[in-house]
Design a protein around this ligand. Structure first.
Ligand code: ADP
Length: 341
């Protein structure tokens, strides 16, 4: 038998658990997105007055912009039961039928990554979205019977990072598409101040502003940077979050003065190695050892927005700011060539 240890560590708060704690509970905490909240609140009020279930909604935008958070806040605001699942989790029609038949009237069904829903499941969902019933055939040939399963009225909230992958018939069944845009630094500062408060972290406004400037318009990135800076403040400082702690955490994470992280620099360097010629997504993904989806949805949008790289029909190219950021002079006179993918 081992002797009981005097030191009892508290359970480690995983990144996921921390992210959950920082999630807005209602619309009041969902900061910096009035352009989304105003029309949504109007829809809620109108459907309430008509005593109808809220129409199905599609939330579209890059990862970390708050699609899941808004769906959860919405369910809290209208006091609706919430069921959460994701496209890849529903492999067969049976999985969908199981979820649909368990819904209470007025529920919100949140399906994350809805573009990854298998086609056959998607088609069953159509009837559920339109008529609140699912029809399916049992047996085959002369014994075939059409069964109809009635479902309680519900609101489907789908979230996608790849709206273009949704078929037109699927998209047309949503009452409204809400497109999430990157946040302004001012909005991110508000989010960071709220998160710091929840984490019980005393912070200087200048430190939060520095974090906001490096958060790529994305609350999830902002919260991640905040947690790393909190570690530094705790271990190397006096526990308070100041600019020094933030700068030191950037240094430890490999964030440079351009705001580029290691993977960003690997992307720029891969494009530079190609001598300025366009490089296709597949090849780039192999060179930097990241998934194509991650490159497209997580890294590239910000690099493009900041003018470090550009996407062309032939592939990705390095722009002047990109050459400068890795300390190289642009290769002149190289003609874009077709990338062999
Ligand atoms: P998505 O579903 O779009 O990938 P999430 O809803 O998971 O993004 O958001 C990631 C984290 O960012 C959340 O845990 C939450 O803490 C924070 N967040 C996102 N949007 C907001 C917002 N508008 N206000 C406050 N915090 C936000």
């Amino acid at each position: 038998m081992t002797a009981p240890s005097a030191f009892q560590p508290a359970p480690r708060q995983g990144e996921e658990a921390l992210e959950r704690d920082l999630r807005p509970a209602g619309f009041g905490d969902f900061l910096g997105q009035d352009a989304l909240l105003s029309p949504l609140q109007l829809m809620i009020q109108a459907s309430k007055e008509r005593r109808e279930t809220l129409e199905h909604l599609l939330f579209s935008g890059l990862p970390g912009l708050g699609k899941t958070s808004l769906a959860l806040a919405l369910a809290n605001e209208i006091g609706a039961p919430l069921k959460v699942t994701s496209g890849p989790a529903m492999e067969r029609a049976k999985d969908l039928v199981g979820i649909l038949s368990s819904l209470e009237a007025g529920s919100i069904l949140f399906i994350d990554e809805i573009h990854r829903l298998p086609k056959v499941v998607e088609e069953y969902l159509y009837g559920a979205m339109e008529r609140f019933c699912v029809e399916f055939t049992l047996d085959q040939g002369v014994h075939a019977r059409l069964l109809k399963l009635e479902i309680q009225p519900f609101t489907l909230v789908g979230a996608t990072t790849r709206e273009a992958l949704l078929s037109a018939p699927f998209r047309s069944r949503f009452g409204q598409v809400f497109r999430f845009e990157p946040y302004s630094p001012a909005a991110l500062e508000l989010i960071l101040a709220r998160s710091a408060g929840i984490l019980g972290l005393e912070s200087q406004p200048e430190a939060l502003s520095l974090l906001a400037d490096h958060s790529r318009g994305t609350p999830r990135v902002a919260n991640r940077l905040l947690r790393r800076a909190r570690d530094v403040a705790q271990i190397e400082g006096n526990g308070k979050l100041d600019q020094k702690a933030v700068r030191r955490s950037f240094e430890l994470m490999g964030v440079d003065s351009f705001g580029l992280e290691r993977t960003d620099r690997r992307i720029l360097e891969a494009l530079a190695l190609n001598e300025g010629r366009p490089l296709g997504l597949k090849n780039l993904a192999v060179v930097v050892d990241e998934g194509e989806d991650t490159l497209e949805c997580v890294y590239e949008p910000w690099l493009v927005r900041e003018g470090f790289i550009a996407r062309t029909p032939q592939g990705r190219i390095l722009m002047e700011a990109g050459w400068k950021a890795i300390g190289q002079t642009p290769k002149q006179g190289v003609q874009p060539s077709l990338d062999l993918e």
